[in-house]
Each structure stands twice: as structure tokens, then as C-alpha cells.
Design a protein around this ligand. Structure first.
Ligand code: ATP
Ligand code: MG
Ligand code: MG
Length: 379
């Protein structure tokens, strides 16, 4: 068997490795952390940083193709690897996803509406901000995730303070929009340009972190879902993207669909695909890398995913405590996925629970029961 490699050893790399291995591949992970979730389940673990030419050369020697699971892997690392083997997604695509200013410019280029925004890199740009963007959210252009590196601002004074607090790094100020809900679409695109998509996911965020994803008939109005899929496809095509891409959207109270951001990899909102679709987002990642045919995944069950954050390990006790998995697994259609992380911390993604059922009503009933057992607020 050939070896497929992944830059980054987090849970996304671990689930990629599981999918690759079940299709007969060996896996190699590049991550400096000796106990990374993906490193623990892979045949090869190259323990080096993303900027270490020796580590990258070792990965290239081991692998037939390479992907990434870590959004902030330097594009230069992907470009170096691409000199000797197929790399998906390409460094150029990842570079755009890493920079909110470049990302928004790409949305504008594709004709996909996004929130009104301004790029703030200098004091002059800060002073020139249009009042129409307030109240808004100031976001660092680079390195933000799970709502980190973001400050909500109501006035020009708050904006100036927030920019100083963020260290006067390059930022994007976005107008705060009245959201009815959020959704996302995951697409996979091959080297030949074939494109398939997962069903549209409806997402609930809490404190900037994805909490719940619901995917079943009627989770969104059909017209919104079709619009989101078309927009995601044009974003991927505009990048000449190869691999798995997630496009996040806002649905405004007016019903208007607005693109939020992209992630150049499988996404937390696509985890339900492991148990509710006949092809998971991780299998699509493998197929893209190995240049195997892409087929449109089919949904066989209504699905809800609950994220299992480290908070749950502290819910009923001041000291760490494992949630009651025996009660959860006694419910029908509960699929537990834990990432092998040892230390639970608040806000840390420790695992997820996929719940499947024959109907939307049944899946919601079971998911709400599971949430009550775990101490997750109802949704
Ligand atoms: P991720 O972990 O998904 O990469 P992130 O840190 O990149 O998250 P965003 O997706 O930019 O953060 O924002 C996090 C959440 O904050 C959004 O899902 C949404 O709930 C809210 N939010 C962000 N921007 C806006 C906006 N312009 N108007 C209203 N709500 C917003
Ligand atoms: Mg993001
Ligand atoms: Mg986001």
C-alpha cells in the first residue's frame, strides 16, 4: 500500500488517517507533538515543525501524496512538498483561506455576497473606517479560529481600543449582521475539476465555537440550500481548488445568504458524514489525494452532531470527570467519536457525538436526550 501524508496531527488528521487506513493506505503525520491525536494512530509520525525542511523532506520521502488538516500550515511548506509529490489543497488556496482580507477579496471576485468590511492595517485605515460598519466585529486577518482574535465593537472608540488590544496587527472589520441562522457546505473537487458536495449543514455556534450541526430534510428552506451549494461551488472553482473545502454562511433575518469564511480542509460541521452519509468527508479527502473518482455522497439517516468540549468533563464536579458514556450509548443511533486527547480544557474539542435516526423528529428527540444527559443546553 501507498502512504498518504497529512500536515498536522489534530483530530481532523486522526479521522483522515482512519479513513485512509480503511481504504488500504498507510498514513504519515507531520506534527511536532509526540502525543498528537493523528500521530497516535498513524504508521509514521514525523515529529517536526512545519517550517523544518528536513521534516518536510522526510514526509515527502515517505508519501505518495500529502494533504493538510491544519489551517495555518505555512503555504511555503505545501509549495515545497508540491515540488516532489501531489499536494491537495495547493499552497495558493490555503494562503487565501489563511488571510481574511484575501478571502473576502476572493468572495467579491466570485460574486458571492459577504458582510460589508474594511481592511485595517494602518492607523490611517482605522481613522478612515466608515461608520456604517459599526457595530461590527474586528477580526485578526490571520490565525483566528473558534472566535479567537475577535472583538465586538460598537463605537469608533471601542474599535481603536480593540485594534490596540489585538496588537495593531492586520485586521478586518466586519459589520455585525442580524443572523437568523448559520449553515455550511462541504465540497470536494478533483484534479480534473469534478465536484461533489455534502448536504447543507445547519450550524449553531455558542461563544464562537460550533456546538450543534443538524442535517436532515427541511433543516433549511430548499431555495437557501440550493443557493449555498451553488455559492460554495463557485468559491471552490474560483480557487481551482483540489481537495475538501468547507464554506461557512450566514443566513440573515431577511433570508439573504452571506458567505462568512472558508476552511481548506474537512470541517467540524461535516463530522456527521461519518455516520449519516455513505461517503464521509474524510473519505472524499482520501479520494481527492489519491486521484480516485468522486461520487456524490448519499444521506441515509437524519443526523445531528453534538460537539463534546472539554467543559463537559467538568460539568458536575470541580475535578475532571468523564461524561456518562454508558447512558449516551444506551440511546438509539448514538455514535461516539473521541479524539484521544488526555487533558480536558474548557473550550477544547475532545470529541463529537453523531446521532442518526430515520426521521428529523426522531433524531431531534434523541439528540435532546443526549444533550440533557451531557449537560449541553437544549437547542
Ligand atoms: P472558526 O472556528 O469557524 O474558524 P472563526 O474564529 O474563524 O471560527 P468566525 O467564523 O469569523 O470565527 O466567527 C465566529 C462566529 O461569530 C460566527 O460563526 C458567527 O456566529 C459570529 N459572527 C462572526 N462574524 C459575524 C458577523 N459579521 N455578524 C454576526 N455574527 C458574526
Ligand atoms: Mg475561521
Ligand atoms: Mg467560522
Amino acid at each position: 500500500g501507498a502512504t498518504l501524508g497529512v500536515l498536522g496531527g489534530g483530530q481532523l488528521g486522526r479521522m483522515f488517517a482512519h479513513a485512509a487506513q480503511s481504504m488500504g493506505y498507510f498514513t504519515a503525520v507531520l506534527d511536532a507533538d509526540a502525543t498528537s491525536p493523528a500521530g497516535l494512530v498513524s504508521h509514521h509520525h514525523v515529529r517536526s515543525g512545519y517550517e523544518d525542511p528536513q521534516g518536510l523532506a522526510e514526509l515527502a520521502r515517505l508519501c505518495a501524496a500529502v494533504t493538510t488538516e491544519f489551517e495555518n500550515v505555512p503555504a511555503a511548506a505545501l509549495n515545497q512538498l508540491a515540488l516532489s509529490l501531489p499536494v491537495s489543497p495547493a499552497g495558493a488556496s490555503v494562503a487565501i483561506a489563511q488571510d481574511r482580507a484575501a478571502e473576502k477579496a476572493h468572495f467579491v471576485k466570485c460574486g458571492v455576497p459577504c458582510a460589508p468590511y474594511a481592511v485595517i492595517e494602518t492607523a490611517e485605515q482605522l481613522a478612515a473606517v466608515n461608520d456604517a460598519l459599526l457595530p461590527g466585529i474586528l477580526k485578526t486577518a490571520r490565525m483566528g479560529y473558534d472566535g479567537k482574535g475577535q472583538v465586538r465593537v460598537k463605537t469608533r472608540e471601542e474599535l481603536a481600543t480593540a485594534w490596540a488590544e489585538l496588537g495593531q496587527v492586520a485586521c478586518v472589520l466586519e459589520k455585525m449582521l442580524p443572523l437568523a441562522h448559520e449553515c455550511s457546505v462541504i465540497v470536494a473537487r478533483s484534479r480534473q475539476g469534478a465536484i461533489v458536495n455534502l448536504p447543507v449543514q445547519r450550524n449553531l455556534h455558542r461563544e464562537g465555537i460550533l456546538a450543534v450541526t443538524e442535517v436532515y430534510a427541511g433543516n433549511l428552506p430548499a431555495a437557501q440550500a440550493e443557493q449555498a451549494i451553488a455559492a460554495a461551488q463557485s468559491v471552490a472553482e474560483g480557487l481551482d481548488y483540489v481537495g475538501v473545502l468547507c464554506v461557512e454562511f450566514f443566513v440573515l433575518e431577511s433570508g439573504q445568504l452571506v458567505v462568512n469564511e472558508i476552511a481548506p480542509r474537512p470541517h467540524n460541521s461535516g463530522h456527521y458524514s461519518q455516520n449519516a452519509l455513505d461517503v464521509s468527508q474524510f473519505e472524499l479527502q482520501v479520494r481527492c489525494m489519491a486521484n480516485l473518482p468522486l461520487v456524490q455522497p448519499r444521506q441515509h439517516s437524519a443526523a445531528i452532531m453534538l460537539n463534546l468540549l472539554g467543559d463537559l468533563w467538568f460539568t458536575n464536579s470541580p475535578t475532571a470527570k468523564t461524561p456518562a458514556w454508558d447512558q449516551i450509548l444506551a440511546l438509539p443511533g448514538c455514535h461516539l467519536h473521541l479524539y484521544g486527547k488526555v487533558d480536558a480544557k474548557r473550550g477544547r474539542k475532545m470529541g463529537h457525538l453523531n446521532i442518526t435516526a430515520a426521521t428529523p423528529e426522531q433524531v431531534r428527540a434523541t439528540a435532546l436526550q443526549a444533550a440533557a444527559i451531557l449537560g449541553i443546553a437544549p437547542f
